[in-house]
Design a protein around this ligand. Structure first.
Ligand code: CP
Length: 301
């Protein structure tokens, strides 16, 4: 693996290796201290982030490396008109690996063309968020002990949420997974993504989560991505289409779990946080172990 800008670029075998490495790290983090001593991670974030940027930085610091970068492109020379190509060239000459979050589709791929160090997408427009998918399946694997034969409900903004294509592509690499896509009509998974998963996943499309929740192993809930909507009125129409509360999960299986890439707005009621189903904060924490595994894989192998 040279870069990670799409989860489609890596194999099932590579995903399993990353999961096993993350499990080893989580079990004994002290064993990995200093493994990336002298290495520098650049985090270039053109869009807001809490989890992705901080967990990548935490991962690098825990491995003994250092970090530099910007959390807001407005305080970089992007403000003066510098192109992404030139910014990437500079970051590549100051660091050993780059994490890039950018609003434009294709930006991750462009970055790899101008970088002579590995590039990881930290979220590319509405296109993909591959390291998020890795920590998502890590969390699923830790709970169920498998990534196949799962019934997964994806809920909410399936059109604009970039974690959705990455998770679908990942689930499609494993056998016999069934996905239920719950969203309002205008927020359904984009046709290009549907075409990519065709024949690789059994797919059901609908709106009524309550009717199907009893047969699901997990739901993956997403925020309605206000910032991607063409106008305020369209957002207002769908913003509270799903609000998962204790009543919603009352018919769920005993080992059912709820995931969410976060940040959460209204789509999961706070009362759910205290139930055994709520795994989203553990999921976010798992991001550190998985991103440590990813940094080690890209920089040591
Ligand atoms: N899950 C995720 O990408 O969160 P941030 O936007 O806070 O990085």
């Amino acid at each position: 693996m040279e870069h990670l800008v799409s989860i489609r670029d890596i194999t099932k075998d590579e995903i399993e290796k990353l999961i096993n490495q993350a499990l080893r790290i989580e079990k004994n983090p002290s064993e990995f201290v200093g493994r990336l001593k002298g290495k520098i991670l650049a985090t270039l974030f053109y869009e807001p982030s809490t989890r992705t940027r901080l967990s990548f930085e935490s991962a690098m610091l825990r491995l003994g490396g250092n970090v530099l970068g910007f959390a807001d492109a407005k305080i970089s020379s992007v403000k003066k008109g510098e192109s992404i190509a030139d910014t990437i060239r500079m970051a590549a000459s100051y660091s050993d690996i780059i994490v890039l979050r950018h609003f434009l589709e294709g930006s991750g791929r462009v970055a790899t063309e101008f970088s002579d160090v590995p590039v990881i997408s930290g979220g590319t427009g509405i296109q993909e968020h591959p390291s998020q998918a890795l920590l998502d399946v890590y969390t699923i694997y830790k709970h169920f002990g498998r990534l196949s034969n799962l019934k997964v409900g994806l809920v909410g903004d399936l059109r604009y949420g970039r974690t959705i294509p990455s998770l679908l592509y990942t689930l499609a690499k494993f056998d016999n997974n069934v996905v239920y896509l719950f969203s309002p009509r205008e927020l359904r998974v984009r046709m290009s993504v549907m075409n990519d998963i065709q024949n690789k996943l059994e797919v059901h499309i609908g709106e009524d989560l309550d009717k199907h929740i009893d047969k699901l192993d997990l739901i993956y809930v997403t925020r309605v991505q206000k910032e991607r909507f063409p106008d305020e009125a369209s957002y207002e129409r769908v913003k509270d289409f799903y609000v998962i509360d204790k009543d919603t999960v009352s018919k769920a299986k005993d080992d059912f779990i709820i995931l969410h890439p976060l940040p959460r707005v209204n789509e999961i009621a706070y009362e759910v946080d205290k139930t055994p189903y709520a795994k989203y904060f553990e999921q976010a924490k798992n991001g550190v172990w998985m991103r440590m595994a990813l940094l080690l894989t890209l920089l040591e192998e």
